[in-house]
Design a protein around this ligand. Structure first.
Ligand SMILES: [Zn+2]
Length: 451
């Protein structure tokens, strides 16, 4: 696809049409069917938005100019909320610029006609649901158990010296996506008088865009704090234990930004209790590519099929140290040489797996006393391993532990290994992947002259 401002439109269209296709889908494989599985009164099957895709894609095409310039303007404003000058963006959670960005995003959601709420973790959620009048026909199904919620969104906090697009594209794109959807929906009447061949959104779908709080680990050392709470892997105690470098707790920092933390409340809203699970069936995130695979291939869009699980391992080696001039080579137990051997072993362990999806990085080295004329006494290594395949990831982590022991024994140094984080990889929903794929095909046809 040709690069340029139309990319914005295409990206938005992907979000929206994908949301439509997904929103109409039935139950996920392996989950129990729910009431919306039955055919609709007018004969159209729930889950079939085929008639809607081309009509909506056409609408996106008509709106491409407005949409693109609006998005560009918003990107320009958002990137100005930064501790560092453009092109760098530094926007650490709950600091002055993050607060400004939050207010700005909230304003955009209101402007797009969304109902805005801030949850107990400080995430901002904008919602729009299809016309309630339609739902009234289906009073029996008209409750939170059956209506589908399709969610999109990302984050706007940014690590030091980040770029202007990380996370931001997913938030702004999501808002714009729902805005277009809302406009599109307003153009058609329920009786089907649609000259463009599109169908109206008859289904009770609620679209939500979320700006997740605390996605980056910059301030509190833990990534995806809000999402972890929603996912049930981080509770109140965990949040209370979070402290930044200055000793300020998460709750206090949030309060300073005008957010009243309520971990249980936020968690309850997402809890898998058989009710809310049915509500939030799908999540689609737009994100810039952080590697260069697509760029090298000349592609604008890719579909994420798997999410790598990250593991963090801290290894320390300790030796007696000594003076660089006085300590003979034969008498040394140099902690840094043990670390160097292990670093090469990490590379070896990863490469041995033979998959480009396995990566390992020895990204941090703390050397003591870190003086040119001193044999290193202690080295602490921060090792990051990632893979989309669980057993492979486990194997490499286990290998790092074993090699640390072997190297320590060989070099006569003490060692300690701690796995500080080990998240399992995840596989994207087949329906979401399918919907994005379908969307891309429709876009290529309908937006042919734009791409
Ligand atoms: Zn991001």
């Amino acid at each position: 696809m040709r690069r340029g401002h139309t990319v914005c439109s295409i990206v938005i269209a992907v979000a929206v049409v994908c949301a439509l296709a997904v929103g109409g889908s039935g139950s996920e494989d392996g989950t129990k069917p729910w009431k919306d599985e039955k055919p609709w009164k007018d004969g159209s099957r729930n889950g079939t938005f085929d008639g809607l895709l081309p009509g909506f894609a056409s609408y996106v095409r008509q709106s491409a100019g407005t949409t693109s310039s609006r998005l560009q303007d918003q990107l320009t404003v958002l990137r100005s909320f930064s501790d560092d000058p453009y092109p760098a963006v530094t926007r650490v959670l709950f600091t002055e610029h993050d607060v400004k960005a939050r207010a700005y995003v909230r304003g955009l959601m209101v402007d797009a006609g969304l109902e805005v709420t801030v949850d107990g973790m400080g995430s901002i959620i904008g919602s729009w649901r299809t016309d309630r009048a339609d739902w009234a026909d289906r009073a029996d199904d008209h409750d939170s158990r059956t209506h589908v919620v399709v969610m999109t969104g990302s984050h706007t906090d940014a690590i030091p010296l980040a770029g202007a697009y990380d996370g931001v594209v997913g938030v702004l794109g999501g808002i714009e996506a729902i805005r277009l959807l809302r406009e599109f929906d307003g153009r058609f009447r329920r009786d089907g008088g649609d000259p463009g061949g599109g169908a109206r959104l008859r289904h009770p779908v609620e679209f939500q865009v979320v700006m997740f709080a605390s996605e980056e680990p910059t301030r509190f050392g833990l990534s995806c704090v809000a999402s972890r709470v929603y996912g049930g892997v981080l509770g109140r105690e965990g949040v209370e234990g979070l402290r930044d470098g200055g000793g300020i707790g998460f709750e206090e920092a949030a309060r300073g930004a005008g957010v009243a933390v309520d971990v249980e409340g936020a968690r309850a809203a997402y809890r898998d209790d058989g009710v809310t699970r049915a509500k939030r069936r799908y999540f689609v995130e737009l994100h810039i590519e952080q590697g260069k695979e697509l760029e090298d291939a000349g592609l604008d869009i890719g579909i994420v099929t798997h999410i790598a699980g990250p593991a963090s391992v801290t290894v320390s080696f300790k030796g007696p140290g000594g003076h660089a001039g006085g300590l003979m080579m034969r008498d040394r137990h140099d902690a840094s040489l043990a670390a160097a051997e292990l670093a090469l072993d990490v590379e070896g362990l990863v490469k041995r797996e033979g998959s480009s999806d396995t990566v390992g990085t020895v990204g941090s080295w703390q050397v003591s006393p870190n003086a040119v004329n001193s044999v290193p006494r202690e080295v602490v290594l921060g090792i990051d391993v990632r893979d989309i395949d669980g057993p492979r990831l486990d194997r490499v982590v286990q290998g790092v532990k074993e090699r640390a022991k072997v190297v320590a024994e060989k070099r006569g140094v003490e060692y300690a290994v701690e796995v500080t984080n080990h998240d399992a990889p995840a596989t994207s929903s087949g329906r979401v992947v399918e919907a994005v794929g379908l969307t891309l095909i429709v876009l290529l046809v309908v937006l042919e002259d734009l791409v």
